[in-house]
Structure formats: structure tokens, C-alpha cells
Design a protein around this ligand. Structure first.
Ligand code: UT7
Length: 328
């Protein structure tokens, strides 16, 4: 059978560290509140001269090298981001140029925090249909550029980073790699998390800037509840679809939105805490990049071992949500 095998992974986070103590100087918050309510101690912030495509370049180079591939071997580049370099051309086209890849299709997808799982889902279909050999899926976010540094309910949460995966077509008698992906959206909740500034809807104007429209706005409470419910539901769906039960799961690598969401999803699924990957304390919520960053760290440190079954659930603005089930 044809598999979408994970041939390589990579990650990159900027050097600059912003601690909770640094944030205490910006807004009315405390290290204790942020740690207790989110699990975050620090996050990374891109340098002024680093664009999202620069972060993606570093993560992609590591993924290509671990896959033993050259950028010219790529048949497609999918960039998952809600902080593109500019509105157009796509960040994927900038990345393609920086990587010196060939003329493969390169495009961005927008599913906010769920972007990486949505991107994997597209790549999985192209590979399992036999159409393409190697696809780079890379999530990259520079949230620090769209965060409102005066809004304590959001600025303490987000961070910058990039995570990449190369999916390659392989044949084997056993299923490996991406076993399945399950993706959903509900536009009815589009006002829960938004960057409401215009672009196509409204001209960028002094008035729109003064109304502070070009930043992340989030209604955290309802989002939190929906995240726990939807991430749990879709995890169970992914397991059932593949004939597995919760006992078969070796690791959950969830979206890193809030340590309390991670813990609640783990508890609802009755998965022991030591089987749930969490690095939110170091990087905060890096939106679409959080799952591939955690997956890279967990596979590279040999916590995830060959043959392990891994669940990757996510929820993000849109609302969008989904899960990938992976055999490593
Ligand atoms: O990644 C995409 C999906 N995103 C998510 O899943 C995020 C989901 N939501 C969350 O993670 C949480 O709702 C937050 C971390 C955003 C907020 O935590 P919370 O426990 O839901 O706090 P809250 O909004 O209910 O606020 C509780 C209190 C409020 O004060 P009062 O009204 O009780 O006096 C807030 O004003 O905490 C206050 N507060 C803060 N205090 C200190 C809110 N932010 C802060 C802060 N520092 N940074």
C-alpha cells in the first residue's frame, strides 16, 4: 500500500527570549498568573529582520537534511501560516526562492492554529493518491507582529516559531506515517478569535489603525471550552477510523494553546500525563507551528520511538479543528 511516510522533521525558534518577568513590565500581569493559567514561562520573539519565511527556511533546511533530500526533490511546498510575510505573493513562494527549490507548486493555507493539520491533510491526499513523491509542510508564525502588546489577555500567550515535516511516498505491507487526518471548521464561531483588520474587507486607514483592528482579539473562555471538547472528540474519531483504542496510543502531541487545555484533553482521553507532549512553557502558543515543533523535539530526543502511535489534535480560529494519527 502507498504510505505518506514522515521522512524528515525540523524546527526553528528565534533566539530572543521574552520571559513572563519581561511582560510584567509591559502589562498588569505576573509570572505566577501566567504560569498558573497557561503553563507558559517564556516565549521566543523574531528579530526585526526575520520574516516568517526566514523562520520557515531554517526549519525546512533541517527537515530536508533529516530526510536526506535536496530542495529540488520537493514536488510541493505547503506553508501553514496566519502571519504571512505579506498578503501576496504567498509566503510559500518566498520560501521556495530562499530554498532554491524547483518550480513545484508552492502555496499558503490559512487555518490559523489548525493550519499544520490541515496542511498535512492536503499533502497526505497528494501522496496517497500516488501523484507526488515528496511534499514539504511547514508552519511558520511571527505572532509577535500581530499581538496587541497592551492586551494582557492575549500578549502573554503567543510566541514565534516554525516547524516542518517532509512527507514522502513509500510502499510497504504495513501502514506507516500519516494514517489519517480529520479536519473540520465552523464559521459560526468566527468572532471568537480574529485579527479583524481589513485587507480585502476594508482599506487600511488611519481610522482602522486607531480602532486597533490589526491585532489578535480573543474571547478566551468559550474558546477554551470548545478546544477541550473538539480536540477530544476528533481524537476519538481518528482512533476509531483506524481501528485503534485509547490504550494503543503511545503519545499525544497536541496543539500547545494552554497547559490547562492540554491537561484537560489528556484527562478526558484518560491518557497518562507522561504520554502527553508539552513544551508550551518554553515557547508559548506558536499557533500552527506548535505541533510540528513539539513533534520534532519529541522524535529528536527519542521520547517518541519507531513504531509508536501518535495523536495530534488541534483547535484554532475559524473555528477550525482536527487531528492527525501517525505511526512513527
Ligand atoms: O490557540 C488557539 C486557541 N486558543 C485557545 O485555545 C485559548 C483558550 N483560552 C485560554 O487559554 C484562556 O481562556 C486564557 C489564558 C486566554 C485566559 O485564562 P482564563 O483562565 O480563561 O482567564 P479569564 O479570561 O477568565 O480571566 C480571569 C481573570 C480576569 O480578571 P477578573 O475579571 O476575574 O477580575 C482577567 O481580567 O484574569 C484576568 N487576566 C489576567 N490577570 C493577570 C486576564 N489575563 C491576565 C493576565 N494577567 N495576563
Amino acid at each position: 500500500m502507498l504510505n505518506a511516510e514522515i521522512k524528515g522533521t525540523g524546527m526553528y525558534v528565534p533566539e530572543k527570549v521574552l520571559t513572563n518577568f519581561d511582560l510584567e513590565k509591559l502589562v498588569d500581569t505576573s509570572d505566577d498568573w501566567i504560569k498558573e493559567r497557561t503553563g507558559i514561562s517564556e516565549r521566543r520573539i523574531a528579530a526585526d529582520n526575520q520574516a516568517p519565511s526566514d523562520l520557515a527556511l531554517e526549519a525546512s533546511k533541517i527537515a530536508l537534511s533529516s530526510a536526506g533530500l535536496d530542495a529540488k526533490d520537493l514536488d510541493m511546498i505547503i506553508v501553514c501560516t496566519s502571519t504571512p510575510d505579506i498578503i501576496f505573493p504567498s509566503t510559500a513562494c518566498f520560501l521556495q526562492k530562499k530554498l532554491e527549490a524547483g518550480n513545484c507548486a508552492a502555496y499558503d493555507i490559512s487555518a490559523v492554529c489548525s493550519g499544520f493539520v490541515f496542511g498535512l491533510s492536503i499533502a497526505e491526499q497528494y501522496i496517497k493518491s500516488g501523484r507526488y513523491q515528496n511534499i514539504l509542510v511547514v508552519a511558520t508564525e511571527v505572532n509577535s507582529r500581530i499581538v496587541d502588546w497592551k492586551d494582557r489577555s492575549t500578549c502573554v500567550i503567543f510566541g514565534d516559531g516554525s516547524g516542518a515535516m517532509i512527507l514522502s511516498k513509500t510502499e510497504s505491507s504495513e501502514k506507516i506515517g500519516i494514517l489519517s487526518t480529520h479536519i473540520y471548521s465552523d464559521g459560526g464561531y468566527s468572532d471568537l478569535i480574529q485579527n479583524p483588520g481589513g485587507f480585502g474587507k476594508e482599506r487600511i486607514s488611519k481610522e482602522a489603525l486607531e480602532a486597533n483592528k490589526f491585532v489578535i482579539k480573543m474571547d478566551g473562555g468559550p474558546t477554551f471550552k470548545l478546544a477541550v471538547r473538539r480536540m477530544t472528540e476528533v481524537s476519538l474519531e481518528a482512533l476509531k477510523f483506524n481501528g485503534y483504542t485509547l490504550d494503543d496510543v503511545d503519545w499525544v502531541v497536541p496543539h500547545q494553546a494552554n497547559q490547562r487545555i492540554i491537561d484537560a484533553v489528556g484527562a478526558k482521553l484518560k491518557i497518562p500525563k507522561e504520554k502527553v507532549a508539552a513544551n508550551i512553557q518554553k515557547y508559548g502558543n506558536t499557533s500552527a507551528a506548535s505541533i510540528p515543533i513539539a513533534f520534532h523535539e519529541w522524535t529528536n530526543s527519542n521520547k517518541i520511538k519507531s513504531g509508536d502511535l501518535i495523536l495530534m489534535p488541534v483547535l484554532g480560529a475559524g473555528l477550525t479543528w482536527g487531528a492527525a494519527l501517525v505511526k512513527w
